[in-house]
Design a protein around this ligand. Structure first.
Ligand code: ACM
Length: 263
């Protein structure tokens, strides 16, 4: 399976321009699964509720999901990508999964980071897994990495690949995903952005790039630079994530005495 990310510097509020850029880049390559950053077409540093509401879109009817669905159909690929989602009066920091047959589902970010709590409601979709035939895909968004329960829940539900759109500003996540993958024996694709935003007199947010794919044994298969646009596609075998035996005596998930974890 050919799996990749597109790391770039989205222009705040310029949804069409960002979508056009993604479409142009994707036209130059082929892959089976492509992960794009969190809020990849809208930008991240909102300054008011009005602003985020104006950029938020219904899913799947909104222009971003529609365009992604077209791309997935034309390019015969699956795409996971982040966007601000509006559902009646509520706005979520969401990620959609689309494929050659159309829209497949949405995940609404559960763990909101920093000022996101001012602009978004915490998602209640939970951590879901989609079986696309060649792999079982789980979705988590950026700061969800800080809560190991997110990746664990996806692994317990059978995910082979954690699709992880991100807008990382802290330095720790790329290394932490090594542990998330090792402790769950899954692949992860973290698609981060680059550049910075410094809007409305707020402190500058500098995004750290370093998008990466990590293997079920915790190997960083490839990591992007911190400050350059990067489109990477790697070959991987998602079935490597299915056998949870660490050795003849330890099976990772069956070895959990879950009753001891009850609070
Ligand atoms: C983050 O969750 N965007 C850091």
């Amino acid at each position: 399976m050919r799996v990749g990310w597109y790391q770039f510097n989205p222009a705040f509020g310029e949804v069409k321009r960002n979508l056009d850029l993604v479409a142009t880049r994707l036209a130059q390559m082929s892959c089976d699964l492509m992960v794009l950053p969190e809020l990849f077409a809208s930008g991240y540093q909102f300054v008011s509720k009005e602003e985020v509401r104006a950029l938020a879109e219904p899913v799947p009817e909104g222009p971003t999901t529609q365009r992604l669905t077209e791309l997935a159909r034309e390019r015969s690929m699956y795409l996971v990508a982040g966007l601000p989602e509006r559902d009646r009066d509520t706005v979520y920091n969401s990620a959609v999964l689309v494929g050659p047959t159309g829209f497949l589902g949405v995940y609404r970010k559960a763990h909101l980071y920093y000022e996101e709590v001012l602009f978004f409601s915490p998602g209640e979709t939970g951590f879901q897994v989609w079986d696309i035939g060649s792999a079982r895909l789980g979705i988590m968004v950026c700061f969800d990495w800080f809560y190991p329960e997110a990746a664990r829940t996806l692994a317990l539900k059978g995910a082979d690949i954690l699709c992880h759109p991100a807008n990382l500003v802290l330095p720790h996540c790329p290394d932490a995903m090594v542990t998330r993958c090792l402790e769950n024996h899954v692949f992860s694709v973290t698609a981060n952005r680059i550049g910075y935003e410094e809007r409305g007199g707020k402190p500058r947010l500098t995004y750290i790039g370093n998008s990466e794919i990590v293997s079920p044994t915790g190997k960083i298969l490839h990591r992007a630079p911190g400050d350059q646009e990067d489109l990477t596609v790697l070959h991987l075998d998602p079935l490597e994530a299915r056998n949870k035996a660490l050795n003849p005596y330890n099976d990772l998930l069956r070895g959990r005495p879950a009753h001891l974890y009850e609070l």
